[in-house]
Write a protein that binds this ligand. Structure first.
Ligand code: SF4
Length: 494
């Protein structure tokens, strides 16, 4: 997760784990459709998942359709460990969907791994889903009363049951999906593959998550991010619009329908942190946004310093913008050990701090005796930033100024991002001055909400910024329940 296309190395580095203290994206999805039945697409789906691994590292799965039905394989772990050459060779089929997962609303186990396969009146189908359904508990209760039986606690299963219920009323998948979109509240970008071999790309009407369609050789590919298509030497054909249902056919993508909303709510965090720097979201370059945010930060919070040091890898592009705007040299003053892999649960604070130390090491030659500007994309609990400031000071820095390219995060996310509950978000409970003191910085400067919109180039009716301003774009967030649910189930990290 985080940034891959670095200024210094100018290339995509290996998939790596985020630092502790970083929020995590829910999932990444892939769909591959080959009109040529002789092409086995599972290896393309696998390569696509590798490109999206930053969006989820807990489990991975690929399901294929081969004329005889839908079959697949999924397990806990990174895509590279879940799929061996041998396993991929057993996944015959010219159409596939794939998924990498990080859980936010359900237990982390293989039952909740995706894609998920379901049986309806029209035969079986599988879905791979990125997002969170904020009303899934009430929808589930309604469906249970009607006799639906649930086997997991995931919102994805609820999505499938809603669709199955709507398929009872029509034999047209697009109509049933459109009807389901009226029932489902929340954020979702998903792919659906049915027994008949139809592949659908679906994005919620508010458009929280990215989803795009491209061409790779003679195949069509649906992906959470453009970088997945381009890294397979493909070209992006279109971004799935908010509310759009697209069916992939032998002749290309066909827009079936668009469920309109009176605003859009692209997750601002995709621009700031989640998406790969080499992706673009609805036609907006992630790299350019991050670079602009760095320049804006420099204008809002000018500082006299000797060197700008990015927190690798998430602060790199903003740091480059800040350096370009301020004229202060940029230096790789923190080196990340790319081979320290995190465990999934590290509840003890001391353990987390040790992990930060293991993962980052300062370059004393660049830092000793200098006034340093440390740049990162966001601060959540601030314990990681406190540790990093301490590392820089211990390496001999005279002063440490911290600049953050995301405004203060003051509220939890109910739309699929693993933000902790409000009580764990430092900016929800402390002023900037208090946070500055807590992390031990000589100065702390956050991006403003206006600066963020300027950097992204979209207004408030085009973005979700609920974690910054508490203006949730979804009416029926079952907030109290979800907060306690997320807090109890997932809220112990970082
Ligand atoms: S609340 Fe924040 S993290 Fe969640 S979808 Fe909105 S902008 Fe993204």
């Amino acid at each position: 997760m985080g940034e891959y296309n670095t200024i210094v190395y100018g290339a995509i580095s290996m998939i790596e784990q985020p630092l502790y203290g970083k929020p995590r994206e829910h999932c990444g999805v892939i769909g591959v459709y080959s009109p040529d039945k002789s092409i086995q697409v599972s290896r393309y789906a696998f390569d696509g998942l590798i490109a999206l691994q930053h969006r989820g590292q807990e489990s991975a799965g690929i399901y294929v359709q081969n004329g005889k039905g839908i079959t697949g394989h999924k397990d806990m772990g990174l895509a590279s460990t879940v799929f061996t050459k041998k396993i991929l060779s057993t996944l015959y089929g010219n159409k596939a969907i794939g998924h990498v997962r990080y859980s936010t609303t359900a237990d982390s186990n293989v039952e909740n791994a995706q894609p998920k396969k379901f049986v309806s009146t029209l035969g079986s189908y599988a879905i791979a889903f990125n997002g969170t359904i904020t009303n899934f508990l009430s929808l589930r209760s309604i469906l249970e009363e009607k006799g639906h039986v649930f086997h997991t606690n995931s919102d994805t299963e609820t999505v499938a049951h809603v669709l199955a219920a709507n398929l009872l009323e029509t034999d047209d998948y697009s109509q049933a999906i459109a009807k389901s979109m009226n029932d489902l509240k929340g954020s979702y970008s998903m792919v659906l593959l049915n027994e008949a071999g139809d592949l659908y790309a679906i994005r919620d009407p508010l458009g929280f998550k990215p989803l795009c369609i491209g061409r790779v050789n003679s195949m069509y590919m649906v992906a959470s991010e453009t970088a997945a298509i381009e890294s397979l030497n493909g070209s992006v054909l279109e971004h799935v619009e908010p509310g759009q249902i697209t069916r992939i056919t032998d002749y290309g993508p066909v827009k079936e329908t668009v469920v309109k909303a009176n605003r859009h709510a692209r997750c601002m965090f995709e621009f700031v942190y989640f998406s790969r720097t080499d992706s673009n979201f609805d036609g907006i370059s992630i790299y350019k946004v991050r670079e602009r945010l760095g320049r804006i930060l420099s204008q809002i919070h000018p500082v006299d310093a000797d060197i700008i040091v990015p927190v690798p890898d998430s602060g790199r592009t903003a740091a480059a913008g800040l350096a370009a705007e301020s004229g202060i040299p940029l230096g790789e003053g923190l080196i990340k050990n790319r081979y320290v892999w995190r465990t999934f649960i590290m509840p003890v604070q001391a353990e987390r701090e040790d992990q930060v130390k293991l993962k980052l090491n300062p370059v004393r030659e660049l830092i000793t005796g200098k006034d340093v500007v440390l740049v990162d994309d966001s601060i959540v609990r601030a314990t990681t930033m406190k540790r990093i400031v301490c590392l820089i000071r211990n390496a001999g820095a005279r002063k440490v100024h911290v600049r953050v390219s995301c405004p203060p995060i003051i509220a939890p996310c109910y739309m699929g991002i693993d933000f902790p509950t409000s009580r764990e978000l430092i900016a929800a409970n402390q002023t900037v001055e208090q946070i500055e003191k807590f992390i031990g910085a000589d100065s702390l400067g956050y991006m403003t909400i206006d600066g963020l919109m300027q950097g992204i180039g979209l207004g408030e009716d085009e973005l979700c910024m609920a974690c910054l301003n508490k203006e949730y774009p979804i009416e029926s967030v079952e907030a109290d329940f979800l907060e306690s649910y997320l807090g109890g189930a997932k809220g112990s990290e970082n």
